[in-house]
Design a protein around this ligand. Structure first.
Ligand code: ZN
Length: 404
């Protein structure tokens, strides 16, 4: 048992180590080592014991002693999506400030290494220039003890680049001070082999109004925004989504008044099973009102989609169809569907700006799922007067495609 005064001394010393840790970002390991090496020099057995107890009481920290920030890349695994001319990385960094100081991300550098661990390329964003590239980050101010999401700024690489390993170096500045912290994060992306041999879920000419490129709204879902966390979102379930909108020969999505769903070429168009499988979920009783009840979001985040269908491809992959037309469901839960079979119609239910199909290949049926890269077979890519036949390929924001 310890006497009161000793206890107070321990409390004081613990508070001191905590203060040092918070102020200087975990130099605790060094402090601990220093205490240990000095413990044997103390002749007074009481003081010796006191010091040993103090060391035992100190929080043990595995991290590097200069670590002020903790960075995690999300989701895991990180996939390489293969495009016709480039490859894409779709992931984010969760950045946690372990100090009490406000930090500012001052630069991010990425170095790409091949299988032989040789440098392939290096890129960075920093504070150089009158409108510096670091300002393109969605978020770079880190209040003390707070966590922010940073969308990976290096998302597109030439097909020739072997993305074996990426080393990110983050630099953080303490504003108005010279102090700077650096932290390395290693990212090892893997190629995802889509198991389902998908077709585009809509026939005819359409535009990928918004997909999942770096600027797409599906990509820019910051689930660390406090309100969203309270609603139970802790990942980006829309990471690989598409909004498909049928267009005419001129690329227009509607004629006449935009407010009327009927004026959209896509409203009521058949939605096809992108692959074989079993119906895992279907809802089709919501109106095509381009709105949803926000109060329901906490208990059922799927209200975002209004009406929806989910096909379980029975291989760990699921196809989600969002915003389908009220009363248009042609299938029931548990029913087996064949690729190309009509399952529902395009609508404007839920969080939908106008009639379109929200489609994503994902790992599960709800918003707890992660998105997966998807490739489609047998379609045409319409590049103005140039038309390219695609046997199997990736599509993304702005692409005009036509299923055969
Ligand atoms: Zn969407």
């Amino acid at each position: 048992m310890l006497g009161t005064s000793q206890f107070q001394r321990y409390t004081l010393l613990r508070a001191l180590t905590k203060y040092i840790r918070d102020s200087y970002g975990y130099p605790i390991t060094r402090f601990r080592k220093m205490l240990l090496s000095n413990a044997n020099k103390i002749r007074n057995p009481k003081m010796h014991l006191l010091l040993l107890i103090l060391i035992a009481l100190m929080p043990s920290v595995k991290a590097d002693e200069t670590v002020a920030v903790n960075i995690t890349s999300k989701p895991q695994p990180i996939y390489i999506e293969q495009g016709a001319a480039a490859q894409y990385l779709n992931f984010d960094f969760v950045v946690e400030n372990l100090t009490r100081e406000k930090l500012l991300v001052s630069s991010i550098e990425v170095s790409v290494f091949d299988q032989k661990d040789r440098l392939v390329l290096r890129r960075f964003i920093d504070g150089n220039g009158t409108r510096p590239s670091i300002e393109t980050l969605n978020n770079r101010e880190l209040e003390g003890k707070k966590t922010i999401l940073i969308f990976n700024p290096f998302h597109t690489f030439d097909n020739q680049v072997e993305l074996k390993k990426l080393r990110y170096e983050f630099s953080f500045r303490v504003p108005a001070q010279k102090k700077e912290y650096k932290l390395e994060v290693i990212v090892v992306p893997v190629t995802y082999e889509t198991k389902t041999n998908l077709i585009l879920p809509v026939k005819g000419r359409m535009i990928v109004y918004d997909g999942h490129d770096f600027y797409a709204h599906h990509r820019r879902f910051d689930y660390l925004i406090p309100g969203l966390q309270q609603l139970g979102f802790n990942s980006n379930f829309m990471r690989y989504s598409y909004d498909f909108v049928p267009v005419n020969q001129q690329g227009e999505m509607y004629q006449g008044r935009e407010e009327s769903n009927q004026n959209y070429f896509g409203f009521g168009v058949s939605l096809l099973a992108a692959g074989n499988g079993k119906i895992a979920a279907i809802v089709d009783d919501k109106p095509d009102s381009r709105s949803f009840n926000e109060a329901e979001l906490a208990s059922n985040p799927m209200v975002l989609w209004g009406n929806y269908v989910v096909i379980d491809h029975l291989n760990g992959e699921y196809s989600l169809y969002g915003h389908i037309k009220q009363g248009s469901g042609r299938v029931k839960v548990g029913e087996t569907v064949r690729q190309g079979q009509v399952i529902a119609q395009m609508g404007a239910s839920g969080s939908s700006m106008f009639p379109h199909l929200h489609y994503e290949l994902q790992t599960g049926i709800d918003t707890k799922a992660e998105g997966l890269p998807s490739y489609f077979k047998n379609f045409r890519r319409i590049l103005g007067s140039k038309i390219i036949e695609v046997k199997r390929g990736q599509v993304d924001t702005g692409d005009i495609v036509e299923a055969q």
